[in-house]
Design a protein around this ligand. Structure first.
Ligand SMILES: [Zn+2]
Length: 186
């Protein structure tokens, strides 16, 4: 007997703070840096602008500059974007830090541990099996689907692997939305 899955409200992965950066400090060899309160530095050279995002070593406070724009013509900037750099706009700090291009260019990775949460709307999941759940990512947090599902349903990883039907690999980290179906337990 097959029945249509019972669909519940989406689960949401949200950032709770900015992630740290895996960046080796040249002074103390610590491997983590933070954007702290979030500051840009803008330097004008004729009609060209350099923009950096400043980060601090978490252990010795040494400041490093991450290149955001290098010798870019002033006229190529949207005025609102330029104002954001000059005002250290927190949203621009976040979107700049989370832009994968910045990480590639400056050779760091983001440390998401403790910087996100999974919001699961209250629902009685045992009313009608199977249940279909969609997970939405508000921020690009890379997490293994099996971990999210285990946390959201309060199941063990083994149970997740046994009871979940999903089109994407459960063990490979993803940061884009997906849906899965929970089958009835034994
Ligand atoms: Zn340091």
């Amino acid at each position: 007997m097959s029945s249509q899955p019972h669909i519940v409200l989406p689960w949401v992965v949200r950032r709770t703070r900015l992630p740290l950066l895996s960046l080796r400090c040249v002074d103390c060899r610590s491997a983590s840096a933070t954007t702290g309160e979030g500051r840009f530095r803008v330097n004008a050279n004729g009609k060209l602008l350099d923009v950096w995002l400043l980060v601090r070593c978490v252990s010795c406070d040494r400041t490093s500059k991450l290149t955001v724009h290098e010798r870019a013509p002033v006229r190529s900037f949207d005025p609102a974007e330029l104002d954001g750099y000059l005002a250290n706009d927190p949203e621009l700090v976040a979107s700049t830090l989370l832009d994968p291009l910045l990480a590639r260019r400056n050779r760091f990775t983001l440390q998401w541990e403790g910087a996100w949460r999974l919001d699961v709307p209250p629902a009685r999941l045992d009313e009608a099996w199977p249940v279909q759940v969609e997970i939405v990512f508000e921020d690009p947090v890379p997490v293994r689907p099996e971990r999210l599902i285990a946390q959201g349903l309060g199941l063990s990883r083994n149970e997740v692997l046994r009871r979940i039907k999903c089109d994407i690999p459960l063990r490979r980290p993803t940061s884009t939305g997906f849906a899965f179906t929970v089958m009835a337990g034994d």
